[in-house]
Design a protein around this ligand. Structure first.
Ligand code: SF4
Length: 393
């Protein structure tokens, strides 16, 4: 008589698991999860692992929040404070285009103009009344140069997102955690009002209602429990199922560095990271990409691939990882060789995963830029199936 199927067997065969089953898996050892997670990945994505050649534009590192693991943020007057001038942005975009990038990642601190008068004056000097005005101008410039914008500007209003949508193939906001406990005094999000889980979940929900293809994810190792990680993944899954807009979920490990409020703090163990990656693959629906940045895992791609990722995210030939500057991106040729040795093919992609190249998620004005980048990266052209009335609107 054959043994009854376990939840992992059922998941491998394509059956989604309910919340209770995922919460139970959160307490299981990593070894029990990784084989199933890799099998789910193989069935859903095969043995191709993708990355997006990008330029990382840290438009400003001024931020009104103070997450205790962050080395990126500054206040006006701090050493290392910056806001990119339009000329700098232009120069980086041009270099990125010359180096074959397809994505312009616009990444910045949260709501700086609500906190800092000097920043408002700087924006006015650039001819802009708000950060979103500036982001619109940068995105237009990126598109003109043949790069696809992806904006991650912290918590945005519905109106902000509606303005940015026609110029961005996707947008992002890391959920990081759904735990209110991490917002209590002494915890990493206590001094970060924009990290309240309800606020971030509300934005992800609104993005879905607007038809914005969305990137989100979790942070691993900032004091959360494995159960809390599972709860964050389930919250993402619920919104993804409501709107179908979440195209990728990042599993990003915390990395300690001098100068952060938490320092010294232990990095998450490799076992923790692998567990979180596998849990994400098992919790999320099959079509959603699970991504882990290779530069934050000591260039041990085998562990990440073994736990079920199908994507490395953005890798830049021109700009550093400003969020984790001590961790350089891997060279693509070496990464491709290592993937090959592990039985995987490394392949470029656009900033929007192909399955989301549909009218529901892409403004008609972005069809031609998306097609052009896909051609330049030698990809199959995205299929929009846009009705002719929409295409000419
Ligand atoms: S992690 Fe983001 S929101 Fe938090 S302080 Fe740093 S830049 Fe600001």
């Amino acid at each position: 008589m054959s043994r009854p199927l376990t939840p992992l067997d059922r998941r491998v065969h394509g059956e989604p698991l309910d919340d209770d089953a995922i919460l139970a898996l959160a307490e299981a050892p990593a070894g029990a999860l990784v084989r199933a997670a890799a099998a789910v990945r193989d069935r859903a994505f095969g043995r191709t692992v993708t990355y997006s050649p990008k330029v990382f534009l840290p438009v400003t590192n001024l931020c009104r929040n103070r997450c205790s693991y962050c080395s990126f943020r500054r206040s006006p007057g701090d050493a290392g404070e910056w806001t990119m001038a339009p000329s700098e942005v232009r120069s980086w975009l041009s270099r990125a285009r010359e180096q074959g990038c397809g994505e312009a990642l616009l990444c910045l601190g949260d709501k700086p103009e609500s906190a800092f008068g000097s920043y408002r004056e700087q924006l006015a000097g650039f001819g802009h009344a708000s950060t979103v005005d500036y982001l619109v101008a940068i995105a237009e410039e990126a598109l003109a140069l043949g790069l696809l914008p992806h904006t991650n500007a912290g918590v945005l209003t519905r109106d902000d997102m509606a303005r940015l949508r026609p110029l961005n193939v996707s947008m992002g906001l890391m959920l990081e955690s759904a735990s209110e406990r991490l917002c209590e005094p002494g915890m990493p999000h206590h001094r970060a009002p924009d990290k309240r889980p309800a606020r971030r979940l509300a934005m992800i929900d609104e993005a879905g209602a607007l038809g914005v293809a969305f990137t989100t994810g979790i942070l691993v190792g900032i004091g959360e429990t494995r159960r809390e990680r599972a709860e964050a993944l389930l919250a993402i899954r619920a919104l993804s199922r409501r709107h179908g807009h979440v195209h990728e979920v990042i599993v990003q490990p915390f990395r300690d560095r001098p100068g952060i409020a938490m320092h010294p703090a232990p990095d998450p163990t490799d076992d923790d990271v692998v567990h979180a990656v596998a849990l994400a693959r098992l919790a999320l629906d099959d079509e959603v990409t699970v991504q882990a940045p290779p530069n934050l895992h000591a260039h041990d791609e085998g562990a990440l691939l073994g736990a079920g990722i199908n994507d490395f995210g953005g890798i830049s030939p021109v700009s550093p990882d400003y969020i984790n500057p001590a961790h350089a991106w891997p060279h693509l040729s070496g990464l491709a060789r290592r993937c090959d040795a592990l039985g995987f093919t490394l392949a470029p992609r656009t900033a929007l995963h192909a399955r989301w190249a549909q009218p529901a998620f892409v403004d008609a004005r972005l069809d031609a830029p998306l097609r052009a980048v896909a051609r330049r990266l030698a990809l199959a052209e995205p299929l929009f199936a846009r009705a002719s009335s929409e295409a000419t609107a």
